[in-house]
Ligand binder design. Structure first.
Ligand SMILES: Cc1ncc(C[n+]2csc(CCOP(=O)(O)OP(=O)(O)O)c2C)c(N)n1
Length: 356
């Protein structure tokens, strides 16, 4: 359980034993979504620094995890994402504007500014709202999977979380229940080496995070989280097993958060520049580009074009979302009661009258 599955070898070729054998159009789609995610990330940080949005959780360095896992999901599967998994949403078809709207909290926000910023969701793809308390999405994912199993639906649920999430009571409760009731759940742990400033060496004395699955009676697998094909393969296999009634899997994807924990964090206080530079060398997007170039599917020009296209898509989405007005304040009185009680109706009318 401590060895790690990789597909893309250092020379850029794929290990034929592990290669998921995706068609060319899927390989290019994976690349475009990873490039889009990176462009989105860079822009969102710039927007926060410019005071145009309040808060953002970056994912640079972890694109292979969220995009690779997102590609393995199918219609009907339930997604309980980590706040860092915009890529899963984008890969499943959630429009950029839907994510951005929930970061701005204006009229472009389908949840009308009622969630905390950056706690996005998309009901149309069964993507449940990001959870704020660490790892609370895990028991939720197990519950959804158990319900699907009881109903005889052939779907799976995935919960993504960080290495810090494995130190919670929720991790234990979810893993234990999933093991006992054999729920169709994939626990996707993106081990990015830190829980804010706390290194993974302070989270566990176990030899890996994947090995913890053994104690709950199911499979644990370690995968190279900077290798999109390896993530796609391992998550795809685990989801297929779950849908086929073969129970849960814990996946530990080894990766690294290149940027800060969030826009409120300064990582230079707890990590060395050398460490970050060493992981930059393992950039998942560059690594996949090398693979695609080796296959003759991309070259320098198409790599540059994909980056430019991604930047332009993000620019357009920001333009659309920034043009949206604030959420109308009378919406405060909507969506809770089927029929508004008289005292709230009075309050609303008084507010509206005061406004004019
Ligand atoms: C129960 C709880 N405790 C503390 C926090 C504050 N907090 C937010 S994110 C975080 C670290 C989570 O680290 P990890 O699970 O490794 O995920 P990562 O952010 O690295 O992706 C903490 C401690 C919280 N949100 N919830």
């Amino acid at each position: 359980m401590d060895s790690m599955i990789s597909v893309i070898r250092p020379d850029g070729t794929a290990d034929p034993e592990q290669d998921p054998g995706l068609p060319e159009e899927d390989l290019l789609l994976l690349y475009r979504k990873m490039a889009l995610l990176r462009a989105f990330d860079e822009k969102a940080i710039a927007l926060q620094r410019a005071g145009r949005i309040g808060f953002f959780v970056p994912s640079a360095g972890q694109e292979a995890c969220s995009v690779g896992a997102g590609h393995a999901l199918r219609d009907g599967d339930w997604i309980f994402p980590s706040y860092r998994d915009h890529g899963m949403a984008l890969m499943r078809g959630c429009p950029l504007e839907t994510l951005l709207g929930q970061i701005y909290g204006n009229a472009a926000d389908p949840t009308r500014g009622r969630q905390m910023p950056s706690h996005w969701c998309d009901r149309s793809i069964r993507l449940v709202s990001v959870s704020s308390p660490v790892a609370t999405q895990l028991p939720q994912a197990v519950g959804a999977a158990y319900a699907a199993k009881l109903r005889g639906e052939k779907v799976a649920s995935i919960a993504s979380f960080g290495d810090g999430g494995t130190s919670t009571g929720e991790f234990h409760a979810a893993m234990n229940f999933a093991g006992v009731f054999e729920t169709p759940t994939v626990f996707f742990c993106e081990n990015n080496q830190y829980a804010i400033s706390v290194p993974v060496s302070r989270q566990t004395a176990a030899s890996s995070l994947a090995v913890k699955a053994q104690a709950y009676g199911f499979r644990g697998i370690r995968v190279d989280g900077n290798d999109v094909l390896a993530v796609r393969k391992v998550v795809g296999d685990a989801l297929a097993r779950a849908r086929d009634g073969k129970g849960p899997t814990l996946i530990e994807a080894l990766t690294y958060r290149i940027g800060p924990h969030s826009t409120s964090d300064d990582p230079t206080i707890y990590r060395s520049a050398e460490e970050v530079a060493a992981w930059r060398e393992k950039d998942p997007i560059r690594r996949f580009a090398a693979f695609l170039s080796g296959r003759g599917l991309m070259d320098d020009a198409s790599i540059d074009a994909a980056a430019a296209e991604a930047k332009e898509a993000v620019r357009k989405a920001v333009e659309v979302v920034e043009a949206a007005p604030p959420v109308p304040f009378e919406s405060l009185f909507e969506d809770v009661y089927a029929e508004l009680p008289w005292h709230l109706a009075e309050a609303r009318d008084a507010l509206l009258a005061g406004k004019e």
